[in-house]
Design a protein. Structure first.
Length: 254
């Protein structure tokens, strides 16, 4: 079975694209660089390098576009770092994340890295868990999910497991290959169905309240990468994004 050939995402420029906390239930902590950690609130904007830590009975929905087409639910007792927004790369140290990706930007990808392995997609609904038993990945849509093992240096290696609809796999620890894909059981399907419908219901509820996303739209990410935070602010105010000045040609003196 041929692999999809996904490439590792390149690092996004600092401040180029951001995520938004769409919804939060319970207590979660945001850590950013040298700043003091703070409690996560609905509407918070998250940048590459930010980390979220959720407490017991907590849930945080994170949107990656202003249209709320691509959303992840970070479950309780979870630690996750946003490595890049476009293409998206999350580092899941522990806990679980469910991703509902209805419209990723063209030619983009979405990956979740864990200490044991990496799950990579181009658009799907999938659930990633990381803990003492290693990595577990569940594909809840028709789009395939690739699951790679990770070597001692933290690099992908070997042939990935390719998950079709309603299949799952796992990796016990770093240095091992993914297990053979198998069908999800009834409990797995029920859990994923609950995640997906929950995100959909919360998006509808927020839209009914008149809430509007504060970050970039999908078309902005497809059009061109935003180079600076000022570009993002200008775009939000309706101003034309700044453009680099044209280089001056050397002219011969008469």
């Amino acid at each position: 079975m041929a692999a999809l050939g996904f490439l590792a995402p390149a690092a996004a420029p600092a401040g180029a694209f951001r995520c938004e906390v769409m919804n939060v239930q319970g207590d979660a902590i945001l850590s950013r660089g040298q700043e003091a950690p703070k409690k996560v609130a609905e509407g918070d904007l998250l940048e590459p390098g930010d980390s979220l830590e959720t407490g017991a009975n907590c849930r945080v929905d994170v949107a990656y576009d202003a249209d709320w087409q691509n959303v992840t639910t970070v479950e309780s007792n979870c630690t996750v770092k946003i490595k890049s927004v476009q293409p998206t790369s999350l580092e899941l140290a522990k806990g679980s994340v469910f991703a509902k990706l209805d419209q990723l930007p063209k030619d983009s990808s979405f990956e979740v890295q864990t200490p044991s392995g990496v799950a990579v997609v181009r658009g799907t609904e999938f659930w990633t868990r990381s803990g003492e038993e290693g990595l577990e990945v569940y594909n809840y849509s028709a789009s395939p999910v690739e699951v790679f093992g990770m070597d001692a240096q933290g690099r992908r290696f070997g042939t990935p497991a390719l998950l079709r609809r309603n299949e799952k796999t796992g990796i016990f620890r770093r240095g091992l290959m993914p297990r053979r894909a198998q069908r999800m059981n009834a409990a797995d399907l029920k859990r994923c169905r609950g995640f997906a419908s929950g995100i959909q219901d919360r998006v509808k509820e927020l839209r009914a309240k008149g809430r509007v996303g504060k970050i970039q739209k999908i078309r902005d990410m497809e059009r061109r990468p935003l180079k600076t935070r000022q570009d993002l602010l200008d775009r939000g105010r309706g101003a034309k994004p700044s453009r680099p000045s044209k280089p001056q040609r050397n002219r011969r003196k008469p």
